[in-house]
Design a protein around this ligand. Structure first.
Ligand code: SIN
Length: 378
């Protein structure tokens, strides 16, 4: 039998290889999953080139051809937090509702806990169409747009209600389109919660942070925030934080109650400070070319499903964080300090210079719009 070495045929074989790798991943530990995920990503990249070369149509990556009928659209959706977190629950609910409502037309493959890739890789993979949907922290986009840094200005938002008001207002809605030139379309913002500090000693006054090595997300603003406190910031992927805290590669970190609990940071951080000094939330984005390749009714239906899931999940995120805070207390492993208003004012004053450092990049108008959302309504 003559061999078929056409690009379309090679691409088909690579897809078979991709499926086999997924099966292998299912039987391996997390470390092995990451290694094979790297192989998988290379295969996907190669197969994408071949598919483009073959110009065989069918919706590109994200759709698996169905002989004669409409393709089955596959949405690969990697994220880094545990399934029980606000993001984990929303991703899973989106999968369940989408697959139920569009049976046989769409499959959503959710990969939690950084099983497939870490966040910065996911942003790249989305832009290249290797995955179709992500919900990565807003803090991670400063290489693509300076605007999302507004969400990281310390003590800008008073609470999640203020964040929600800003995100639903005109300035927030405009931000969803900030990455279109990079081939990424924003669909929604998802909440996690407000950030708290944790460390090897009580962090009651800003001076207590001096000299400590803090893990921060890949963000220049968050790096500056720690430097201003006299700490030593270390940018690090989420999946590496537990071990880094355990081995002393870093001493301290900032995160939400939900992430601190579900990723077990409380086991290796004896002191927490309820500082509420910042926000962790997510930009839910899709690969724009993939999204536009969907049939109009499917795209509209998935958009409506995502809107519904966002309302459901954002309304629950606060409660999930409150429950996880209590679970940390119940564990007896970590002590939570609640700051007095005077102590909070000290942290605010100490961290305020970050605003001056980043105001021009972010834009004063955007900061003002965000500030307005924290003011009490008349
Ligand atoms: C996340 O919530 O997705 C990750 C946050 C972090 O990297 O600390």
């Amino acid at each position: 039998m003559a061999s078929d070495w056409s690009p379309a045929s090679l691409a088909r074989w690579l897809r078979v290889g991709q499926t086999v790798l997924y099966r292998i991943q299912e039987r391996m530990g997390v470390k092995g999953m990451r290694t094979s995920a790297r192989i998988l990503r290379s295969l996907l990249g190669f197969s994408l080139v071949l598919v483009l070369l073959s110009a065989c149509g069918g919706g590109g990556e994200g759709s698996s051809g169905a002989a004669g009928g409409e393709p089955l659209y596959v949405i690969k959706f990697p994220h880094v937090t545990a399934p029980a977190t606000p993001k984990g629950q929303m991703a899973q609910r989106f999968k369940e509702l989408a697959e139920e409502r569009f049976r046989g037309r769409v499959r959503v493959e959710v990969y939690p806990s950084a099983q497939l890739m870490e966040d910065t890789e996911a942003i790249e993979a989305l832009a290249f169409g290797e995955v179709q949907m992500i919900a990565t922290s807003l803090s991670l986009y400063d290489r693509l747009t300076p605007k999302f840094q507004v969400f990281d200005l310390p003590f800008l938002f008073s609470d999640l209600v203020a964040v929600e008001r800003f995100q639903r207002g005109p300035a927030g809605r405009e931000l969803l389109g900030a990455l279109t030139e990079h081939g990424i379309q924003g669909l929604q913002f998802w909440h996690n919660g407000m950030k708290q500090f944790s460390g090897p000693r009580p962090l009651i006054a800003p001076a207590d942070a001096a000299g400590l090595k803090f893990r921060v997300m890949e963000s220049d603003l968050l790096q500056a925030q720690i430097e201003i406190l006299g700490g030593s910031p270390q940018k690090m992927a989420f999946g590496e934080v537990y071990q880094a805290l355990q081995t002393g590669t870093v001493d301290a970190q900032e995160n939400t109650w939900s992430n601190i609990y579900s990723s077990k940071f409380f086991e290796v951080q004896p002191y927490m400070t309820e500082s509420n000094h910042g926000y962790i939330g997510y930009f839910v984005g899709v690969n724009a070319a993939f999204w536009q390749s969907l049939p109009e009714d499917l795209r509209a239906g998935l958009t409506a499903t995502l809107d519904e899931v966002t309302l459901w999940g954002n309304a629950r995120s606060e409660a999930i964080n409150v429950e996880d805070r209590q679970r940390i207390i119940d564990s007896g492993r970590s002590e939570i300090a609640v700051l007095t208003p005077e102590q909070v004012a000290e942290w605010q004053a100490a961290m305020r210079p970050v605003w001056d450092q980043f105001r021009d990049q972010i834009g004063a108008d955007l900061i003002d719009a965000a500030l307005a959302s924290s003011r009490p309504r008349e």
